[in-house]
Design a protein. Structure first.
Length: 161
């Protein structure tokens, strides 16, 4: 049955997305300065995939819509993970050095500790493990790379002491 095949594809996309997430996509997304540049094309592909799954189904009832949404979100999840990993690991650009100010550290009850920086007049946040040895108010040397898809990402943070 076609609905079962579409559900299987959606399930595989979700499983592949989870594998990619734990294989490093989380860190790659966290280090990306503008992940929305990667997300928009991937979301469009996911929506197109979901629409194709919906229109391939002869009976368009609530379960067909649910399957299409499951497929669209699964494709977007896997696609964003894959795009972030490729953007980082296929990047051949030279590291560009810039300066930033450490604004704060956040230690939420759930999730990783984050560091906020003022970078080119913008506030950006990253996992705090990239800023070991930094304190609030420090000036940090930031290395950025251009990204294989043009989405700049954080290569490293070093604080002046």
């Amino acid at each position: 049955m076609l609905a079962d095949r579409i559900t299987n594809v959606a399930g595989c996309a979700w499983i592949a997305g989870l594998i990619a997430w734990y294989a490093g996509a989380y860190a790659a997304i966290d280090r990306t300065l503008d992940a929305i540049a990667l997300f928009v094309p991937v979301a469009i592909v996911g929506v197109i995939g979901g629409a194709i799954g919906l229109f391939m189904e002869p009976k368009r009832d609530t379960s067909a819509i649910g399957t299409a949404v499951f497929l669209a979100v699964g494709l977007a999840f896997f696609g964003l993970d894959l795009a972030a990993l490729i953007n980082r690991y296929a990047d051949r650009s030279e590291a560009e050095s810039t300066r930033a100010t450490v604004l704060s550290f956040q230690d939420p009850t759930k999730g990783p500790r984050t560091v906020s920086l003022e970078l080119s007049g913008e506030r950006v946040s990253f996992d705090a493990t990239y800023a070991e040895g930094c304190s609030v108010g420090d000036t940090a040397d930031i290395e950025l790379r251009g990204g294989a898809f043009g989405a700049r990402w954080l290569h490293g943070i070093r604080c002046d002491h």
